[in-house]
Write a protein that binds this ligand. Structure first.
Ligand code: ZN
Length: 639
């Protein structure tokens, strides 16, 4: 089969104008061109049916729909998988390219996003969403001028007004402009971003009271709890780093950027079978298994308008028949078509829904960390250190490496002084520290507190930060019962397997959640599963946390029964023991009254880890002082 670009070998171009030659109905049409050509020839054409191009493979829209559902859930890896599968079949689908752009922007690849949005805008030059997405990608890459031009184009082609207005104002704010959106009348979903822009503008102008009011309102209006980011594209209010993607980058082989359509067919294509035998009588032309047309006039040339097929890969077949209708030969070619402005689907409703979902995926939201940090600065400037501490702590929980947040926290008294790990108390004192890990847990924390209160026994609760976010009332109950709260990470992950930044986030999210619920700033941390290494130790130290280990661990007995728990504790306990139990094990709850009674009978007193650590360091200091006093005054000591 030989292809000719129709524009080069022009055969009766006015006749092959698509709407006349290929009426969009499923019926045969006998088309006579006798009146134009001298020879008598008949060309039989069958129209390209609506369904023909989708035959035998999932439509790009179905892939895109599956992907946007995952996108809305924040499952970017799965969304990318669907989009990639769709792009393999239809690499030039504007919807799939815009979808790829939304995924890439949301996972921090602005450069990749820019290229796919550009691709989409070449296919459909009037797609507002493609221009808007390209604008956001440029904004993320620091090209504010280019971004504003794209937002103008998106506006010109009827893009979503609220999204465009917000993006424009944000770009202008980054340019140093005073921005007001107060009268814009945006819908509820845009309120946090709107108020963040107002607050940041007020702070820039030195109006701290307004900044505080607006930025605190941002925190109240954002979805989710105070120590997690809202997700999506986050406005960082930093010219050097304007947009932050809450989701991690996709692996490099994401396959969302497909090769440019250099060798694609476009416009009208003249098809001609090769090696036509003398007895050939007619040729049949098929696209993706559906008949395009039959030609019974040598050299069996057929002109196919590639604009009637969606952009992407297709299978073209030409079959030659003899006068008896017997097949003489068949040639099949995979071809890729690319035509600007080709309609992707005639299902307007589906396309519109998809576009709406993609606009949604490109919603700008304020970065909770940037707002918290600015609140910390505003309160610090006002001399309100407790509030400043509170907000810097939240900023640190969200992004521990954000600007000078650790220094700010230290300067406002938000970091404890870290010490060496504690493994136990003084061996000379009959004191033990009871510690309960993994709480709080509704239904298990309350009865545990009742038993401890009844026996007037203090204890330390190493809580999981996420549980505190979920049950802040239980955190307050623990504190009001006179117990100590301590840090057991936010998600109970193995901290040794995380990056330093992730470890810091685990620890500080828990600190911030506890602070938000109770006003307390824990001093001690216990690593989940006891997984600990130098890196984790260093991060904990940097953030003012002292590791607390244990000398008695009864986990093996907790999974067996109450009697075994009591036996294990009472067999292993020594003066200065730190006893590790769990808030959530029924066996421990049932064993506790026995343990407390028996320990008291043996003359033990109880202390929180904090009290035990203070007595230990006081004793060590006294020992050092005594050693200094007793030392030979003529011997110089180097401490
Ligand atoms: Zn644990």
């Amino acid at each position: 089969m030989t292809f000719f670009q129709h524009s080069k070998i022009c055969l009766l171009p006015e006749l092959y104008e698509p709407s006349r030659v290929f009426p969009r109905q499923n019926r045969w049409k006998i088309h006579s061109i006798l009146r134009i050509c001298a020879a008598a020839l008949l060309v039989c054409l069958v129209t390209v049916g609506r369904e023909s191009h989708a035959a035998g493979r999932p439509a790009p829209l179905a892939r895109a729909e599956a992907a946007v559902i995952r996108l809305a859930r924040g499952d970017f890896a799965e969304a990318a998988r669907e989009a990639r599968a769709g792009l393999q079949e239809t690499p030039d689908s504007p919807t799939l390219n815009m979808l790829a752009g939304a995924i890439l922007l949301n996972t921090g690849d602005a450069k990749g996003a820019q290229s796919v949005f550009e691709r989409a805008s070449k296919v459909t030059p009037n797609a507002a969403l493609a221009h808007f997405g390209r604008g956001l990608a440029l904004l993320a890459r620091g090209d504010r001028k280019g971004a504003l031009q794209c937002f103008d184009k998106a506006d010109q082609f009827g893009g979503d007004r609220a999204h465009i207005l917000l993006a424009r104002r944000y770009a202008q704010w980054l340019n140093g402009a005073q921005v007001a959106l107060g009268e814009a009348g945006l819908s509820d979903g845009f309120v946090p971003a709107q108020r963040a822009l107002e607050g940041m503008t007020a702070f820039r102008r030195g109006n701290r009271q307004k900044a505080i009011a607006e930025l605190e309102a941002v925190h109240a209006a954002l979805p989710g709890n105070s120590v997690t980011q809202p997700g999506g594209l986050l406005m960082q209010f930093e010219a050097a780093k304007p947009l932050l993607s809450a989701a991690p980058r996709l692996p490099a082989n994401h396959g969302l950027i497909t090769a440019a359509p250099e060798r694609s067919l476009s416009g009208s294509i003249q098809l001609e079978p090769d090696n036509v035998g003398a007895s050939a009588t007619y040729a049949a032309f098929d696209l993706d298994g559906k008949t395009l047309g039959l030609v019974n006039q040598r050299p069996f040339t057929y002109v196919w308008d590639s604009r009637t097929a969606p952009n992407g890969w297709h299978t073209l077949t030409v079959t030659l028949f003899d006068r008896n209708g017997a097949e003489m030969g068949k040639t099949t070619r995979r071809v890729r078509t690319f035509n600007a402005g080709v309609i992707e689907s005639e299902d307007e409703e589906r396309t519109e829904q998809l576009q709406a979902a993609l606009w949604q995926a490109l919603t700008l939201r304020p970065d909770r960390c940037a707002c918290a940090y600015t609140l910390g600065q505003a309160y610090r400037a006002n001399g309100d250190l407790p509030q400043a501490r509170r907000w810097f702590l939240r900023a640190a929980a969200l992004q521990p490496n954000y600007k000078e947040v650790r220094a700010q926290l230290a300067a406002t008294g938000g970091l404890n002084a870290p010490a060496a790990a504690i493994w136990g108390g003084l061996p000379s004192e009959k004191v033990v520290a009871l510690t309960f890990d993994d709480g709080p847990k509704p239904g298990m924390t309350e009865p545990l507190l009742e038993i401890l209160a009844k026996e007037r026994v203090p204890a330390t609760f190493f809580v999981i930060g996420r549980h505190i976010s979920d049950y802040p009332d239980l955190a307050r109950l623990i504190v009001s019962a006179g117990m100590e709260l301590a840090n057991h990470s936010y998600t109970h992950s193995n901290l040794t397997r995380l990056s330093e930044d992730q470890v810091a986030r685990e620890l500080m999210q828990t600190q911030a959640a506890i602070q938000a619920a109770t006003g307390k700033t824990p001093r001690f941390v216990r690593p989940p599963g006891g997984n600990w290494n130098n890196k984790v130790a260093e991060v904990a130290r940097q953030w003012g946390l002292t590791p607390c280990m244990w000398t008695v661990d009864v986990y093996g007995s907790e999974v067996v029964g109450a009697q075994q728990v009591a036996d294990a504790v009472l067999a292993q306990v020594r003066p200065g023991s730190i006893i590790l139990m769990h808030n959530g094990k029924m066996s421990t709850l049932q064993a506790l009254p026995t343990i407390l009674r028996e320990l008291k009978k043996r003359g033990y007193a109880f202390a929180t880890v904090d009290t035990m650590a203070r007595r230990l360091s006081a004793a060590k200091a006294a020992e050092r002082a005594a050693a200094l006093r007793n030392a030979d005054p003529n011997v110089r000591r180097i401490e």
